[in-house]
Design a protein around this ligand. Sequence first.
Ligand code: PEP
Ligand code: MN
Length: 260
Amino acid sequence: MKLDLQHNLKKYKRPFLIAGPCSVESEEQMMQVAQDLSELQPALIRGGIWKPRTRPNSFEGIGAIGLPWLVNAGKEVGVPVTTEVANAIHVEAALKAGVDVLWIGARTAVNPFAVQEIADAVQGTDITVMIKNPINPDLMLWIGAFERFQKAGINDLIAIHRGFSVYKHPRYRNVPNWEIPIGLTEEMPEIPLICDPSHISGRRDGLFPIAQKAMDLNFAGLMIETHNNPDKAWSDAQQQITPNQLKELLDQLVLRKADI
Ligand code: PEP
Ligand code: MN
């Protein structure tokens, strides 16, 4: 299922919705979340296969065995799927399994060698690539990542704002520094900008104001981690919400008249 990015951005208007679990855990979990999400008609279903965890001894992803679970769940509900890739081996496995869209995580976006390796690995394909902001507030590093893909001939690109790492903030897991995604849009207006309130907030009760702020700032969409049983999630349990809670959140968003 190729994601026709421009068509989808128009079709779904705002928010262009990306939802699904932090991590793919099992075939049943992935199918359940996809089915529960399908009513919301997300543009993309996400699921992490390889998880870049801050410390060892946490769940580091189910690995390539989970790729068909993700792909089949998407096929079942007719929605393209996306996963995070951090090196050329991930790219090859994801493309072979039929993953429709790739994303680069915040811990990979900081490393030009890794970004270049991924850009080289997708050169010659027509895949859509989403790039999260680097974990540190460095706009030029984020811009540089997009340029590496553009030089590789990949032009279906999406930016995901997931906040910036900070030591012990009372409110945010990652501070939003809204001026940085706004700066990206000023420099690269052709790249659609999506907000990831899940990783900015770190807590499910903090998602709504961040999502609303993104809409107020004219972001094109939202990526929100969604799990069938968030408290039991194998990663990022505190910030995930059920598909029903996601529906409530979306229903409460105030969009400008022109977007409705
Ligand atoms: C994720 O999306 O689950 C993830 C690991 O995100 P980030 O790279 O933003 O930390
Ligand atoms: Mn996560």
